[in-house]
Design a protein around this ligand. Structure first.
Ligand code: NAP
Length: 291
């Protein structure tokens, strides 16, 4: 069984990005610049944005953090998005989700200029991805494709089951796996899927993205399957200082012995998601998607 090491792979990619940035700067090029907009003080969002800023520093990017309190109006946020769209120094930016209920996330996403939408959430980027045009791809599915490719996992002609159909993980994942670069035969499962156990057990590649800790048990996985665990749920723990630990969607101890390869949680998909945002920002700075 191969333990797919997302942490090491992400570290390798960061080194590659840092080397490229150094070269760009040495040639008189612009320093890539990622801006992040954070609304409120949600613990998870604070942590994610702090990681993004730290990652930028590690690879030599410039970053900016723009903070608002929970009571910021939708109009104020839209005005900031417009300002960032027009700021020539900012190559790409993200608005950290979730947003407070009085703000329409979709309105904010659609206000971001597609060429600066390094989260890949804008319908133009999603549409371009669907038809196979260059696009910013949502970070988690992009990171998973990169992991599969770097581990030389054969996907062509394989049966791939993706459990989950969210706009940021399951759906784009299923589309990417079905495209010519991957050539898998894909089934998307969700909460209304019947006979999910049998369906999962038929998968050569099983991608679990439902957000239900340890949902995928040993009897739901075929001998020799490749299992990608996207889930990250914080569960209470008296073994950690923080009082919680991260659990994946896969019951690792039961499933791993049956697998040809599997990602752990933590240290699998999570670090790849972080590095994919850096990849997208570099692409934005190099104007490689929208020339
Ligand atoms: P989400 O928006 O809540 O979507 C969950 C999906 O799973 C939905 O499509 C839902 O079906 C499906 N589902 C829920 N319960 C199910 C069940 N019992 N059987 C079959 N399908 C079921 O979640 P998400 O944003 O995609 O995230 C999924 C997980 O990945 C979460 O744990 C999240 O924290 C994690 N995540 C990790 C990373 C990372 O970097 N590692 C990044 C993003 C997300 P319906 O559509 O029918 O409701």
């Amino acid at each position: 069984m191969i333990l797919i090491d997302g942490k090491q792979t992400a570290a390798d990619i960061k080194k590659e990005i840092a080397a490229e940035v150094e070269e760009m700067k040495a040639n008189g090029g612009k320093t890539p610049h990622l801006a992040a907009v954070l609304v409120g003080h949600d613990g998870g969002s604070e942590t994610y944005v702090a990681f993004k800023i730290k990652d930028c520093a590690e690879v030599g990017f410039k970053s900016s953090l723009i903070r608002y309190e929970d009571d910021v109006t939708e109009a104020e946020l839209l005005a900031k998005v417009e300002e960032l769209n027009n700021d020539a120094d900012v190559d790409g930016f993200i608005v950290q989700l979730p947003l407070p209920d009085h703000i329409s996330e979709q309105k904010i996403i659609e206000a971001i200029a597609p060429e600066k939408d390094v989260d890949g959430f804008h319908p133009v980027n999603v549409g371009r991805m669907v038809i196979g045009l260059p696009s910013f791809v949502s970070a988690t599915p992009d990171g998973i494709v990169e992991l599969l490719q770097r581990y030389n996992i054969e996907t062509s002609g394989k049966n791939c089951v993706v459990v989950g159909r969210s706009n940021i993980v399951g759906r784009p994942m299923s589309i990417l796996m079905s495209q010519k670069a991957m050539n898998a035969t894909v089934t998307v499962a969700h909460s209304r899927t019947k006979d999910l156990n049998e369906l999962c057990a038929s998968a050569d590649i099983l991608i679990a993205a439902l957000g239900f800790p340890e949902f995928i048990k040993g009897d739901m996985v075929k001998e020799g399957a490749v299992v990608i665990d996207v889930g990250t749920t914080r569960v209470e723990s008296d073994q950690t200082k923080s009082g919680w630990k991260l659990k994946g969607d896969v019951l690792f101890d039961e499933v791993a012995p049956k697998c040809a390869a599997i990602t752990p949680v933590p240290g699998g998909v999570g670090p790849m998601t972080r590095v994919s945002l850096l990849k997208n920002t570099l692409l934005a700075a190099k104007k490689e998607i929208y020339k």
